[in-house]
Write a protein of this length. Structure first.
Length: 267
């Protein structure tokens, strides 16, 4: 079979909804915007094309509203993309304040961390949290696709999967991090520490009349303040709450709530 026949077959096999890229943001452009945002928030550690803050802002203002506009077309949302851009950029200082608490939490929580600079430059847990913090602001504005592009980019780089819809408090620490999964409707309090392989996930899904999972709803657990969850623990269910000051041991499987101050271990 020659080239012409292969290309003809590929053209004939299509799903119009999937193939219509005119209504989608450009992934590469979104990731350029993400790198520019990183450099604006933490300019001493993240850089893009050796641009200073004014140059970064000018380029971001040129790129990002276009990608927001394209993403909004997915749901025929007619909100003004430039207004959404201004709302996002107005949150940069808030993101930085949160990220500084995360840096402190990781530094305090890992005896191997020699400095906060090492945390920023070397730790995959910090990088995953940083990108989540940015993506979450897009999610809160109901901007589709773009926040998932951001968090799946860092998921591929670190093995840490944080849905941009998760709600996470200050001083969040992920130690090591590989294999951590945090679902969309998870709510995590302040001063929470997770080790590698932790899953904060859904117990099961309601099905519609066609046997497909029903979208939306509270599917993932709530984690209180001052909670430590050790390696490979699995916590499931939208009605599951781990209350304040709990310790969840490694390799535990939890599908019901845990009272404040409890320690759960795998016997």
């Amino acid at each position: 079979m020659g080239k012409a026949e292969v290309l003809k077959q590929l053209k004939e096999i299509r799903d119009d909804e999937v193939e219509d890229i005119a209504h989608l943001p450009n992934r590469d452009e979104v990731l350029i915007c993400l790198k520019e945002i990183e450099a604006l928030i933490l300019p001493d550690y993240f850089h893009y094309m050796d641009k200073d803050a004014d140059e970064l802002w000018f380029d971001l203002e040129r790129r990002l509203p276009k990608q927001i506009r394209r993403s909004m077309r997915v749901h025929q949302d007619t909100r003004d993309a430039m207004e959404l851009f201004e709302k996002i950029t107005a949150r940069f200082a808030h993101i930085k304040r949160l990220v500084l608490t995360d840096i402190q939490a990781i530094y305090d929580g890992d005896p191997a961390a020699k400095s906060k600079q090492e945390v920023i430059l070397c730790y995959p847990g910090f990088f995953a949290i940083f990108i989540y913090r940015i993506a979450h602001e897009f999610y809160l504005l109901n901007i589709p696709i773009i926040p998932r592009v951001m968090t799946e980019y860092v998921h591929a780089k670190t093995g840490i999967d944080i849905n941009p819809g998760a709600t996470i408090g200050e001083y969040f620490c992920i130690d090591h991090g590989t294999g951590v999964v945090i679902g969309e409707t998870s709510i995590i309090g302040h001063h929470v520490k997770l080790y590698q392989g932790v899953t904060i996930g859904a117990k099961s899904f309601k099905m519609d009349e066609n046997g497909l999972p029903v979208k939306g709803g509270k599917r993932h657990p709530n984690i209180g303040n001052n909670v430590v969850i050790y390696a490979n623990a699995t916590i499931l269910g939208g009605d599951t709450t781990i209350e304040d000051n709990c310790i969840i041991g490694g390799n535990t499987w939890i599908t019901s709530s845990v009272a404040a101050g409890e320690k759960v271990v795998n016997e």
